[in-house]
Write a protein that binds this ligand. Structure first.
Ligand code: 13P
Length: 236
């Protein structure tokens, strides 16, 4: 079974998000795919109320977002509203809102303690990729984010090379598989009930089947392509 996560970012309005959710809600229960959509946080509750069988993730939450914190989304609001999944550490939260691996680590701990399933994003810049330092960079991200003393429940880890997000560029298929294999190896020193490693970055209709066929890839995190009904229908 492969995880298929649609990150709708802030591409869609409510009407468009409803339209795509309706398509997903019409799919037969599948043993092949587990589909989770991450709509704009503002639409999350309206959609999960309307499409009760669909799975939804928030795109983020804030640390210390309760009380005098204008504009924040606190984890307590997620829990109160029975939200099951949350993306943490997406590259756009990192570049636009100063999120870093230390913050990601704190958010991870909070989400685990509150039984929210985290979708943790990591990935290297183009410079790091070009200088062939991807593995050592990812290793240092993992070591900052995860703790050996923690017993983690279910975690989804998404490998999203920053240079691949929204560019139409992807690593070679063999590189994606090799990195996901490497990640599962270095994660062995941590304790997880369940860990799934996904690939994200310029996944589309022309590369989806090859990526999903890779041995060490447990699914995909898809941005812009996932806002198209033609792409979504691939998973029916
Ligand atoms: P694209 O699929 O648009 O490259 O975005 C990837 C992404 O950021 C998913 O979280």
């Amino acid at each position: 079974m492969k995880y298929i996560i649609f990150n709708w970012k802030s591409y869609l309005n409510l009407k468009e998000s409803v339209k795509l959710s309706k398509i997903i809600s019409g799919f037969k229960k599948s043993k092949k795919f587990k589909i989770i959509s991450a709509p704009n946080n503002f639409f999350h509750l309206a959609l999960s109320e309307k499409f009760k069988k669909n799975l939804y993730a928030t795109q983020n939450f804030d640390l210390d977002g309760r009380g005098a914190s204008t504009g924040s989304l606190d984890i307590s609001h997620l829990i109160e509203n029975k939200i099951k999944y949350t993306i943490i550490g997406h590259s756009e939260m990192r570049s636009n809102h100063g999120e870093n691996d230390k913050i990601v680590s704190k958010k991870l701990e909070l989400s685990i303690n509150n039984k929210l399933i985290p979708i943790v994003c990591i990935g290297e810049s183009l410079n790091i990729y070009k200088s062939k330092k991807t593995k050592s960079y990812l290793r240092s991200q993992i070591n900052t984010i995860f703790k050996k003393t923690e017993k983690y429940d279910q975690i989804i880890l998404a490998y999203e090379p920053l240079w691949s997000i929204g560019t139409g560029l992807t690593p070679e298929l063999s590189e994606i598989d090799d990195i996901c294999k490497f990640l599962s190896k270095i994660l062995e020193k941590y304790t997880f009930k369940k860990i799934n490693i996904l690939y994200g970055g310029s996944v589309n209709l022309s590369n989806i089947s090859e990526i999903l066929n890779l041995q060490f890839v447990n699914g995909v995190l898809v941005g812009s392509a996932s806002t198209k009904s033609s792409f979504i229908k691939y998973f029916k």
